[in-house]
Ligand binder design. Structure first.
Ligand code: ATP
Ligand code: MG
Length: 716
């Protein structure tokens, strides 16, 4: 480093400078979390512009999220000024793909104003095609076909590439034919799906020499962040575009590959040197983000994975605090503790913007949101909706509102045809007309219209059923506990079944959210109080500029960093997820472990890992044991605290407070740390200690019986 260095080089270490200054030829930066890969890539962009090696429009830079693209633009803007405004090719693969495809749409039979379908549209279209093909949608769901087609597109395969083996994966060998039909249909509609944004462009680049040559000339430099998460089609794209000039710089970390479920292939890192012979491989080993304890904890966990490229990380930062591993009684206590700790941070002068809570699954956010609302702590949810704003939650709430407040027209409108009951727009219009004419609420109008002969046939029947259902639910409202009522309403209305019929990860997530909603209701005295709470929550949208705690999934946190990070729900079956334990074998367990590595390495100064001894799952208390990843944290880097151990008074207080039927089991179990026995563990086995049996037990709601529901033992 010298004093004459341009600003973007200042402070960079030697290998980082090398990554910035080696502008010609292929470069692969392979390095662990927080070593300044993104920082180097940003400086490199600044360098190319500052030294006028290329105009902004001559650089292709791929980021993983739109947010990352904005950030990079902003930082480079600070270095070189306004020219960054004209960086048309800085963005995500999808954004860049869409922009290119609009310029060449006619080459794949589209017009440049094509529409991009979302997942819902895609499914609707597939359902029509399945019907037209005389297939039974129940047996061959549209979701399954959509998943297959997405997978093929991620691999860069067009319908003609689908061989008999692949085709066999759907409807006895009709997969390829259905894929072709779908693509044809899209073309007639002048539409494409997300996968097409890349696939169509790949086809164009492969078949049209002029277009390929044009882009190969145009892009003097190509840069890719988070390279470990590129899938095949993205990889093929890059290879074509870079083949001429070969000025491509990719940065990544094999230990942070967490998107294989979306077709990402970490092998792309290994292929790089083969495709670009003579590539310069740069390793960064100094971590600038995290304290030694945090780094040590993360390295200890990831060391349990096999087949890593392997790397050493070190840091000059102060040793700092040990990673805190906190065992709490249950979910609500977890949320309470996190809230308390954040208040403490706040009093100590920390900005809320510097604090994040990372969850494994979306439904985990609810407990924190409710807690933060009640203590007035501002928060934001990144990469998803706030819990009560999710579509399935709004639908479910609309049902409950109709029951609680018959005059709630908006709620009625929302659910009248969800799930689809074959009530056409015309029928609904008639209900509206009657309501207006008589100045009565829609639900009343719906009942009254049945006394007339306005509606006939199926419409009359279905509306009659709905009106009858609503009346019955209202009469139950006084007698049943409100969570029970909610369960019944969601079941009898067919709403739960609607999502159960869709066998996809997304639908599974929605069902989890619905369960979580019912669970949330248990904390309120009655339905009215709960709905009141929800409307307050919805109204809580505070000023966007104000500092807020961030809540998000680990996946969404990739590439980001926070001063203080809470890693919650580190329990077997939650993280690693039950899915990964049940279905995936070693590969998916290792992907979960990479997620754990990503999660820990988001923290700069303070990481708090929390596991709860009990979770309520589907209305039942389930004892949970700490995640195996907790056991993999090296002792020297952690400091454990367990609010239950020896805290008999606490668990007692907890039980009596709750008046749960299950409480009898705990109380009846006599002396000693009853929570262990209640949790189905033999006394002496401390579930907070790793090495205990990896089993988890569920309890029926009858007080005297303890039922083993599943033993999710996965041997390592
Ligand atoms: P991840 O793998 O999580 O994406 P990364 O390798 O991209 O991490 P960066 O986000 O670029 O790492 O950098 C991590 C932190 O270290 C940032 O706060 C960045 O500003 C800082 N940093 C990077 N390089 C240096 C350096 N040479 N000197 C001081 N700080 C640095
Ligand atoms: Mg990065």
């Amino acid at each position: 480093p010298s004093p004459q260095d341009p600003p973007y080089l200042r402070g960079l270490n030697t290998p980082q400078r090398e990554a910035v200054l080696t502008t010609e030829g292929p470069v692969l930066v392979l390095a662990g979390a927080g070593t300044g890969k993104t920082a180097a890539l940003t400086a490199r962009l600044g360098h190319l512009l500052f030294t006028k090696k290329a105009w902004p429009s001559e650089i292709l830079s791929v980021t993983f999220t739109n947010k990352a693209a904005r950030e990079m633009k902003h930082r480079v803007g600070n270095l070189v000024g306004d020219v960054v405004e004209g960086m048309p090719w800085l963005g995500t693969f999808h954004a860049i793909g869409a922009k290119m495809l609009r310029r060449h749409a006619e080459l794949v039979g589209l017009q440049s104003n094509f529409t991009i379908l979302d997942t819902d549209d895609q499914l609707r279209l597939l359902k029509q095609l399945i019907l037209a093909a005389d297939l039974d949608e129940k047996r061959w769901p549209a979701r399954a076909l959509a998943g297959l087609i997405d997978g093929w597109k991620n691999k860069g395969l067009v319908p003609a590439d689908i061989d008999a083996g692949e085709s066999e994966l759907y409807a006895n060998g009709r997969g390829g034919e259905m894929y072709a039909a779908y693509q044809d249909r899209l073309k007639t509609l002048n539409a494409c799906d997300f996968g097409d944004l890349l696939l169509h462009m790949l086809v164009i680049l492969k078949t049209d020499r002029a277009v390929l040559a044009d882009y190969q000339q145009r892009f003097k430099y190509i840069m890719v962040d988070e390279y470990q998460d590129t899938n095949s089609v993205q990889y093929l794209w890059l290879r074509l575009l870079a083949q001429e000039r070969k000025n491509i710089c990719c940065v990544g970390d094999d230990d942070q590959s967490i998107y294989s479920w979306r077709g990402a292939q970490v092998e792309n890192i290994l292929k790089f040197e083969k495709d670009f012979p003579g590539a310069k491989v740069i390793r960064l080993e100094q971590n600038y983000r995290s304290t030694p304890h945090i780094l040590g904890a993360a390295s200890g966990v990831i060391a349990n994975n096999s087949g890593r490229l392997g790397k050493q990380l070190w840091t000059e930062l102060d040793v700092g605090e040990k990673v805190k591993v906190l065992g709490v009684w249950d979910g609500p206590e977890e949320a309470r503790r996190v809230g308390d700790e954040i208040e403490t941070c706040k009093r100590a002068g920390k900005s809320l913007d510097e604090i994040a809570i990372l969850v494994r699954a979306q439904h985990q956010t609810r407990e924190f949101e409710d807690r933060f609302i009640s203590i007035g702590l501002p928060y934001r949810i990144v990469g998803g909706f706030r819990f009560y704003e999710r579509a399935e939650i709004r639908d479910a709430l609309a049902y409950l509102r109709v029951v609680a407040q018959p005059a709630d027209d908006l709620a009625f409108e929302r659910i009248v045809n969800v799930p689809k009951r074959g009530l056409g727009d015309k029928a609904v219009q008639k209900v509206h007309q009657l309501a207006r004419a008589q100045a009565i609420p829609l639900t009343t109008a719906a009942a009254r219209i049945l006394d007339t002969d306005e509606l006939t046939g199926a419409a009359r029947r279905t509306l009659g059923n709905l009106v009858g259902d609503m009346a019955r639910w209202r009469s139950m409202a006084g007698e049943l506990p409100h969570p029970e009522l909610a369960r019944i309403v969601l079941d009898e209305s067919g709403y739960t079944a609607m999502w159960q019929a869709e066998k996809s990860a997304e639908a599974a997530g929605r069902l989890e959210n619905l369960t979580e909603l019912v669970r949330a209701m248990e904390e309120y005295e009655n339905l009215g109080a709960f709905l009141e709470h929800v409307s307050l929550v919805m109204d809580n949208e505070s000023n966007a500029e104000d500092p807020k705690v961030t809540i998000m999934t680990i996946h969404a946190a990739k590439g980001l960093e926070y001063d203080t990070v809470f890693l919650v729900g580190w329990e077997e079956g939650l993280f690693p997820s039950q899915r990964s334990l049940d279905e995936g074998g070693l590969a998916s367990l290792e992907e979960e472990r990479r997620l754990a590595y990503v999660a820990i390495t988001r923290a700069r100064r303070k990481a708090i890992i929390i596991h709860a001894a009990n979770r309520r799952i589907y209305g039942q208390w389930t004892s949970s044991i700490p995640s195996r990843f907790v056991g993999e944290l090296p002792d020297v880097h952690i400091e454990s605290e367990n609010t239950m151990s020896g805290g008999e008074s606490l668990w007692r207080a907890n039980w009596s407070e709750r008046a749960d039927p299950f409480a009898d089991v705990a109380r009846g179990s006599g002396r000693g740390p009853g929570w262990q026995r209640a949790a189905g563990l033999s006394p002496g086995v401390d579930p907070a200690k790793p090495g205990g049996a990896f089993t988890s037990r569920t309890f029926s709601r009858e007080p005297s019986r303890v039922v083993e529901a599943r033993a999710s033992a996965v041997s390592l």
